[in-house]
Design a protein around this ligand. Sequence first.
Ligand SMILES: C[S@@+](CC[C@H](N)C(=O)[O-])C[C@H]1O[C@@H](n2cnc3c(N)ncnc32)[C@H](O)[C@@H]1O
Length: 216
Amino acid sequence: MRILEYKVERLIKELRLDIDTPERIVSYFLQSEERRKLLIDLMTVPETRFFREREQLEVLFDSSLKNRTFLEMASVGCSTGQEPYTLAMMMEERGVEGTVTGMDINEKVLREARAGVYRADELKIRKRVRFRQINLIEKRDFEALRGQFDVVLCRNVLIYFDNRSKEIALSNLSTILKSRGVLVLSSTEILSREFQKFFESFKCGKFFFYRKRGEE
Ligand SMILES: C[S@@+](CC[C@H](N)C(=O)[O-])C[C@H]1O[C@@H](n2cnc3c(N)ncnc32)[C@H](O)[C@@H]1O
């Protein structure tokens, strides 16, 4: 929170704005689409890299998803695209058909993700990957994707959410998974019991993954 306060203060100084109370600051950012984007930019942390937590992904593909020849995968909170491109490469290496959809709230990182310049021999991979802007806590953004994915990664995103937003986000992630689909969080994020109404955990090697609970 301190970091956000600091960033907002710096921006207010840079723009030479004469606003001080929290209410006026919030209303300033909500006044136009441009300003809302600026706030999203300030609030989100875009850090990512190719093959982040590689071992976890290898266990996912080679144990939990072993023998699958077609997969619809999603990377929610994909930032500049390294995670979805990594998934596409791992699918390609294993001869798995299918697509990867990268999703993020931040248009700026999505632009970078879409424009990603990769080597020509990776063109095939680029063709599998698509991007989409969503807000994890907007139910309607997820309705259109109901039941589409076998696997959804949402790594290093929910750690920034309060409990209420986390619950909405998990419900949305469960919406877009197929029945018994798999949710992957970062290996350092554990879903506490209160959030396990949508998912049940299972262990694969040393990693925990989460399976969508069957519809009653
Ligand atoms: C730290 S990055 C994680 C990138 C990638 N998943 C990884 O683990 O390398 C977090 C991403 O979550 C996105 N994000 C934050 N809040 C979001 C929300 N409400 N809806 C969708 N994406 C969000 C941010 O824009 C940012 O790109």
